[in-house]
Design a protein around this ligand. Sequence first.
Ligand SMILES: [Zn+2]
Length: 157
Amino acid sequence: MTLEPSTGSSTRIRHVEAISNGTVVDHIPAIATLKVAQLLTGSNDQVFVGMNLRSSRGGRKGVVKIAGRELDQRTLSCLALLAPGATVSIIRNYEVAEKITVPVPERFEGVAKCANPNCVTTHEKWTTRFAVVCKDPLTVRCIYCERSFAAADLSLL
Ligand SMILES: [Zn+2]
């Protein structure tokens, strides 16, 4: 997809990039690509990262592929926070078995830190909870200190 197939070596690289089973996350906002790669990288997973690729939606995007793994609910929730609008394709036997746009939940629980240093959740071990106040651009409000944040400004727990 992103490589020129003109030489033998790039054909080989492309072969390595194709995954037989796993997950492809596409349409990641370009600036969030590394955060998403970090989120999805477990200790033994093979992960392939494409950055600053041309997007059919216009602008630039990132793509992350993980071999041999499908994403659990919590990871999807983190992904919704980091990369709203991204698509997730489940690959089985080299084919797309399922493709979804990452669903943005009404609330995010226990996935990100509140960015307000005075918030009770930064001092006590409380589960953070954010309500979604706007989906585009994704904006959330901490239900404890009631401050609103751009999702892109929050860090994951
Ligand atoms: Zn807060």
